[in-house]
Design a binder for this molecule. Sequence first.
Ligand SMILES: C[S@@+](CC[C@H](N)C(=O)[O-])C[C@H]1O[C@@H](n2cnc3c(N)ncnc32)[C@H](O)[C@@H]1O
Length: 280
Amino acid sequence: MTVEGTRVSRRWLALREPADAAARAPDLVETLRAHHPETGPRVIHDLGCGTGAMGRWLAPLLPGPQHWAVHDRDAELLDVAAAEPPGPAADGAAVTVEAKHSDLTRLRPGDLAGATIITASALLDVLTGDELAGLITVCAGAGCPVLLTLSVVGRVDLAPADPLDSRVAAAFDAHQRRTTERGRLLGPDAVAFAVGGFGRLGAEVLVRPSPWRLGASDAGLAAEWFTGWLGAACEQQPELAAETGAYARRRLAGTASGQLAVTVDHADLLILPRAQRAPG
Ligand SMILES: C[S@@+](CC[C@H](N)C(=O)[O-])C[C@H]1O[C@@H](n2cnc3c(N)ncnc32)[C@H](O)[C@@H]1O
């Protein structure tokens, strides 16, 4: 979860990394492998890399030597991502890493030239429509597959249910779609926006669900996620704060005892450029 103007913490990224790895759609990697060059340079650009979780997950699933160019505007997170290359590759080949300290909304077409794969994870919801449109143009211009994982879609399920869940969820979604000085954020509309944008450029867009299913063994992540979810909802609708004190205590007790099951729906997208579309 990202709040405008607030840096994503290293602790939050470490907490979510195992759940993210378990949630990403494995069959999209199979398809990606089929489009990965068998020889020559394999250059993967990871956009909004944080501490490099995408590389730690994907590099060992792809064969051959790989060079990862990892991009983030947060120099501290980027330092972590660059400190240790991910991998090795599926066949034991070497993986190298290069840090790119940059604002993704200012990427220019040439910046991703030579990429053989572009990735991003948990990024799209914090962009405005104009920013995502620009990123789609730049990525499509590179002419390679683009794997965009773990975009929130605005569906959350807590079990057992509580009457306040739906109000908090609606306020959270409104917070995700709030207007900032950069424009209105896409929040849960980012997936449909990306599908439409890449589709209009003639690309094939594969969409898969990639939910977090948090249970007794994910108590720490579930509690942290819930606290951030409710906090954003109350920031959006301050009157909720007065009504959700007992609710928060009940829900946090449920995460600690393992009796609250949390499902946070996401979608993964694999975009295959026009030239790489399956025939037919
Ligand atoms: C939720 S974190 C996800 C990090 C990583 N992809 C992962 O899955 O662990 C989003 C990341 O995107 C970066 N980010 C957000 N907007 C950005 C922008 N305009 N330019 C560069 N990085 C950005 C943040 O600094 C953060 O590291």
